[in-house]
Structure formats: structure tokens, C-alpha cells
Design a protein around this ligand. Structure first.
Ligand SMILES: *Cc1c(COP(=O)(O)O)cnc(C)c1O
Length: 426
């Protein structure tokens, strides 16, 4: 699978740079940290996308985990086309919003009431506002290396693209805006308990990625996840699971189903919109009751519950409820991971995996938290990324991100990927 020179993509990037900062609408897409320039996509189908130079790539980024059914799933795309043919937005309720809300709640019963928004950023921002309104408290506790979108008060020690910039946070966020944000190390039960022992009664919300995916995949210890539930119950703090990636990914009911821990509130995104801008926040009915128009916490959106996104979400969740879907995906991932483990043995690489998500860290030791991920060799990863690209495989362009296996990553595709990984790391 030889790759043409990326002549058109290079020209497209030059043109974009003149009108879009950094040439991209989301920083990691620039591929700067892996020492190259972006690909411009023409189209995608299944596990593949094609760039404007007519190179076809096997995709492991999958729009950051959105496409668990593969790109451009026929029925999902058709449902969106049908919806748009009836009109694309009204600012007036539609039946599709209730239908999708019911489907989300059926999969994630702890979301007794939920509301749709347009992005994961909005979902976490709104969930935290609700938690603060409900508790009448200010402090928000988050974990190092967890990413919850780019709202001001959440850009502290954040993962994802924020992890590749030097100050590990963002300029343009006044100190006062993060005054109430407390950051604790991930997977550290002692630090969590000791903070809550002292300040628990002042904490409005504890937010976390129940399986971290934005510092690369980092799985929680069982003890840690249990402790998040215990301390928040003890102190009347709202426990928010940010399942924007893990929802409908790690099981139909997300990480909370997989690990058997029920949060008070949950955010979902990515998969739920079937490739369109939709996300949701929700939780216990008594908590969600504080939202306007019933309660005093304001939250709104011109395009929230957009009918095209709702249609794509409904069709996606319908396909995901097919019996055996997650078992098959898990087994396929198991086989891939088992072979991958053999390939990387003795190569100074750590493989983290949960379900159909995985990250290769160019790192000798175990990776359990943000500090561990920071020890990874970025230069070696960049060479690996470029090597994989030459072999026609687009892995997620950072060690601080996950790779995603979809229904359309067939055993044949995965075998080719394994061979390519083996060659690339040698
Ligand atoms: C992607 C992501 C977000 C942000 O979602 P956007 O739609 O990019 O705003 C928030 N939380 C987690 C865990 C995510 O993976």
C-alpha cells in the first residue's frame, strides 16, 4: 500500500493557514507534535478514509472514537439524509429528541433525565453548572490528565491536545476562573480520600473519565473507581462520569455498566450523535430538576437536539443494541491485542487497553497516571506515527489519545495493521 506524495494536502494546508489559525479547526489535527502536516480528507467508508491525493488509509482515530460502526454507515447516513430532507432545524421540539433520550436512558439507566447539547464541551460544562446549582457549592475536583472539553475552568492539567502544549494548560484563562478547580492525581486513592476528608463538604462535583482516554488509555483500578463513589456519597458531592468517549463504547451502558459503579450524573458525546454534533448530559431526576425552565440553573442551545443529529444518533444506537454486538467487538479486540502484546515484547513499549480502545506508549514502565504518560518518548512516537502513515495507517496522532477499533476493522485489516506495527517499531 504505497503512499503518494501528499501534494494536494500540502497545498490545501498552505491555503488553510491563510484563513484558519494553524490551518485547522482543532489543534491535534495539525499533526504538529508528530512532526508532519495534516492530511485533508475527501471521503471515508468503513475502516478507511481517502485523502485528496487519493491515498487510502486504515483509520484508528475514527473521528476520535465516534464511528464504532465504521465511517459512513449506510443506514446512519440514510437516516440523516431523510431527516435533512424534512428540514434541518426548527428551534421547536421534535419527536426524535424524545426517542433518542429514551434510547440513551435505556442504555444508561442512571441518566434518569437528560438534555441534548452540541458538543462534549457543552455537556460537561452544563453538568457541572447543574451540580453547583444543586449543591449550592463551588468547588470542582478533577483529575490530572483527564480532558473534559475546553471550558475555562476545566483547562487545568488537562489531557488530549492540551497535553502536547508546554504549560499543560491554556493561556487566556484568568486565575480567578480556575480558583474553584482542584486537581488530583488519577488512580491515587490516598490523595482522593485525604482531600475529601478535609474539604469534601465544600465540593460540588467530582468529575472524571471513568476510563481515561485523553492521556492515552489509562484504566482505573477497581479500588480507585469505588473510592470516587464512596467519598462523593459520604460528602453529598455530585459524582459525574464523563463518558463522552466511553459511553456506548466500553459496553452499551458505558464504563459505568462495565465496572458496575453508578454515578449521579453522566455526560455522553461522540458516538451518540452518529457523526453529527450532539452530546448529552443527564443524571438523577432530583438533580436535573434544577434546570430551567423548571429550576434556576440556566442552559440552552439554538441547535440543541438538532433533528439531523438525533436521527443519526437513533439509528446508531439501534444498531448498537443488536445482541452480541459488544461481545463480538470485544473478542475481535482481544485477539488483536493478544498478538500486539507479543509484537511489542521487549521493545520498551507499554500497551494500555480497555475494550476496543488502546494506546501504545513508548515508555518502559507501567502507565497508570498523567506523570507516567509524561515519561513517554514523544520523538519515538512521532517516528512510529510517520512510519505507520507510510504504510497507509492513520493511528491517533499522539500518545495522549486512544485508538479505536470499529465493527468494520475486519480480522484481515487488523492482521495487516499488526504486521505494519511490527515493521514500524523495528
Ligand atoms: C472529546 C471529549 C470531550 C469534549 O467533547 P467535544 O465534543 O470535543 O467538545 C469531553 N470529554 C471527553 C472525555 C472527551 O473525550
Amino acid at each position: 500500500m504505497g503512499i503518494n506524495e501528499r501534494i494536494k494536502s500540502a497545498a490545501a494546508f498552505e491555503q488553510a493557514l491563510k484563513v484558519i489559525p494553524g490551518g485547522v479547526n482543532s489543534p491535534v489535527r495539525a499533526l504538529k507534535s508528530v512532526g508532519t502536516t495534516p492530511l485533508f480528507v475527501k471521503e471515508a467508508k468503513g475502516a478507511y478514509f481517502t485523502d485528496i491525493d487519493d491515498n487510502r488509509f486504515i483509520d484508528f482515530c475514527m473521528s476520535w472514537g465516534v464511528f464504532i460502526l465504521g465511517h459512513n454507515n449506510e443506514r446512519v447516513s440514510q437516516s440523516a439524509i431523510d431527516a435533512v430532507s424534512r428540514g434541518s432545524s426548527y428551534g421547536i421540539p421534535t419527536l426524535a429528541e424524545t426517542t433518542l433520550a429514551e434510547k440513551v436512558r435505556e442504555a444508561i439507566p442512571s441518566m434518569e433525565r437528560l438534555r441534548f447539547v452540541n458538543s462534549g464541551t457543552e455537556a460537561t460544562m452544563s453538568a457541572i453548572r447543574v451540580a453547583r446549582g444543586y449543591t449550592g457549592r463551588n468547588i470542582l475536583v478533577k483529575f490530572e490528565g483527564n480532558y473534559h472539553g475546553h471550558a475555562d475552568h476545566l483547562l487545568v492539567s488537562a489531557g488530549s491536545g492540551v497535553a502536547t502544549i508546554t504549560n499543560a494548560s491554556s493561556a487566556g484563562v484568568p486565575d480567578g476562573f480556575v480558583k474553584y478547580t482542584v486537581v488530583l492525581p488519577y488512580n491515587d486513592v490516598d490523595a482522593l480520600r485525604s482531600y475529601f476528608n478535609e474539604h469534601g463538604d465544600e465540593v460540588a462535583a467530582l468529575i472524571l473519565e471513568p476510563v481515561a482516554c485523553n492521556m492515552g488509555v489509562v484504566t482505573p483500578t477497581e479500588e480507585f473507581l469505588k473510592a470516587t463513589r464512596e467519598v462523593t456519597s459520604q460528602h453529598g458531592t455530585v459524582l459525574i462520569f464523563d463518558e463522552v468517549i466511553t459511553g456506548f463504547r466500553l459496553s452499551r451502558g458505558g464504563a459505568q455498566q462495565r465496572f458496575g459503579i453508578t454515578p449521579d450524573m453522566t455526560t455522553v458525546g461522540k458516538i451518540v450523535g452518529g457523526g453529527f454534533p450532539a452530546a448529552a448530559f443527564g443524571g438523577r431526576a432530583d438533580i436535573m430538576k434544577v434546570l430551567a425552565p423548571d429550576g434556576p440553573v440556566y442552559q440552552a442551545g439554538t441547535l440543541s437536539g438538532n433533528p439531523v443529529a438525533m436521527a443519526a444518533g437513533i439509528e446508531t444506537l439501534s444498531q448498537l443494541s443488536r445482541p452480541g454486538f459488544y461481545e463480538e467487538l470485544e473478542q475481535r479486540s482481544d485477539r488483536f491485542i493478544a498478538q500486539l502484546e507479543k509484537i511489542i515484547e521487549g521493545k520498551g513499549i507499554t500497551l494500555n487497553r480497555c475494550g476496543s480502545m488502546f494506546t501504545l506508549f513508548f515508555n518502559d514502565g507501567p502507565v497508570r497516571n498523567f506523570q507516567d504518560t509524561k515519561r513517554s518518548d514523544q520523538e519515538r512516537f512521532a517516528r512510529y506515527f510517520r512510519n505507520m502513515l507510510q504504510r497507509g495507517i492513520y493511528v491517533s496522532p499522539s500518545q495522549f489519545e486512544g485508538n479505536f477499533i470499529s465493527e468494520t476493522h475486519t480480522p484481515e485489516i487488523l492482521d495487516y495493521v499488526l504486521q505494519s506495527i511490527s515493521e514500524s517499531i523495528d
